[in-house]
Design a protein around this ligand. Structure first.
Ligand code: DAH
Length: 351
């Protein structure tokens, strides 16, 4: 028995406890009620009394040594795991990750800017529906039913009611505003318009426009020019030059298109201005008297001017964006570039 004790003592001393598993093996082999020390105590009971005296101290020592080793190992492992826990804990010196902040869409930034320029000179914002009757989009604006001018815009008509369509321009809002309010009228509108066009870098089946008009007694082309000059200076900077080119729209007479000096090449000619030094930004003109009459405004008493522009075009010029699709694809990487632009002036890339 003494030999067995000595043998076991050696095993206990040399047992390596390095983790939870080896600790459990040690407990099972030596400490537990089914372990080898408990088995020795069982055997001890059957020993002759004479031997017991000699065996008892060695057996108790063995038991204590095993218990002691076990206790120490538990303590050590506990310390290790608590140290291990603190390892991947928070490094307070790291800069904060922060939550990402949303941003205004570039088109919204530009729209807000355009609207605010006109609101500051007395224009009122008017909103209109995207789905309109033929009269508002074409009829009242002098597009005769079978006139080729109607073909100018490829339209989405509603299959169930072909008299309803998705507006092809925000000029439709001019008709509803004129028909429901009395002059003097200074009105500005903005929104989405739809045309049956293929989606590419240069064209899209929907885009955004701003349309404005001023109707009063004695409104002349000079008023239109002065207003557009003011807008261009505010929007693109006082250095920007502009020119009016004669054009045609069914609802204005005379009509014009307005070009601004290319702000990218500064006269040195680039692909944006197609080497001309000028880029077109809007259409405008004196509201045709028959359009006024269609909206129950007496053309002998009142006259007015109107203008309309594409927001994508302006945003593309300002932010140097070369693909229309970027505005509607909503890629985070694209939109995130405008996070700093809480308003138009706050955006570093717009100067
Ligand atoms: N509606 C025209 C378009 O979509 C733009 C336009 C031109 C609007 C002249 C106007 C205007 O109000 O007077 O191309």
């Amino acid at each position: 028995m003494i030999d067995t004790i000595a043998d076991l003592q050696q095993k206990i001393e040399s047992a390596v406890i390095s983790d939870k598993e080896t600790l459990e093996t040690f407990r099972r082999n030596f400490i537990s009620k089914k372990g080898s020390i408990a088995a020795l105590f069982e055997k001890f009971k059957e020993c002759p009394i004479a031997d017991k005296k000699a065996i008892s101290p060695a057996l108790n020592r063995l038991k204590n040594e095993a218990a002691q080793k076990f206790k120490q190992a538990v303590k050590q492992l506990e310390q290790q795991t608590s140290l291990g826990d603190t390892k991947p804990s928070i490094d307070v010196t790291l800069p904060p990750i922060g939550s990402s902040i949303g941003s205004l869409h570039p088109l919204r930034i530009v729209q807000n800017k355009v609207i605010s320029i006109f609101e500051r000179i007395g224009f009122n914002f008017a909103e209109g529906p995207e789905m309109v009757g033929d009269w508002y989009n074409f009829g009242a604006l002098n597009f005769p039913k079978n006139h080729p001018a109607r073909e100018m815009q490829d339209t989405f008509f509603l299959q169930r009611n072909p008299d309803l369509l998705l507006r092809t321009h925000t000029t439709s809002v001019q008709v509803s505003t004129c028909s429901s309010q009395l002059p003097p009228l200074r009105s500005i509108t903005a929104g989405r318009v739809f045309r049956n066009e293929d989606i590419s870098a240069r064209s899209h089946c929907f885009f955004h426009q701003v349309d404005g008009m001023y109707i009063n007694t004695y409104v002349t082309f000079i008023d239109l020019k002065e207003t557009i000059y003011h807008f261009v200076r505010e929007m693109f900077g006082s250095e920007t030059k502009l020119r009016f080119r004669a054009s045609y729209f069914p609802f204005t007479e005379p009509s014009a298109e307005v070009d601004i000096s290319c702000r990218l090449c500064q006269g040195k000619k680039c692909t944006i201005c197609k080497h001309s030094g000028w880029v077109e930004i809007l259409g405008a003109g004196m509201i045709d008297p028959s359009v006024l009459a269609n909206c129950h405004i007496d053309p002998d008493q009142y006259s007015g001017f109107a203008f309309g522009m594409g927001l994508e075009r302006i945003a593309m010029l300002l932010y140097q964006i070369d693909d229309l699709r970027l505005f509607s694809e909503n890629h985070i990487a694209f939109l995130q570039q405008f996070t700093a632009c809480a308003d138009f002036n706050g955006c570093p890339s717009v100067t």
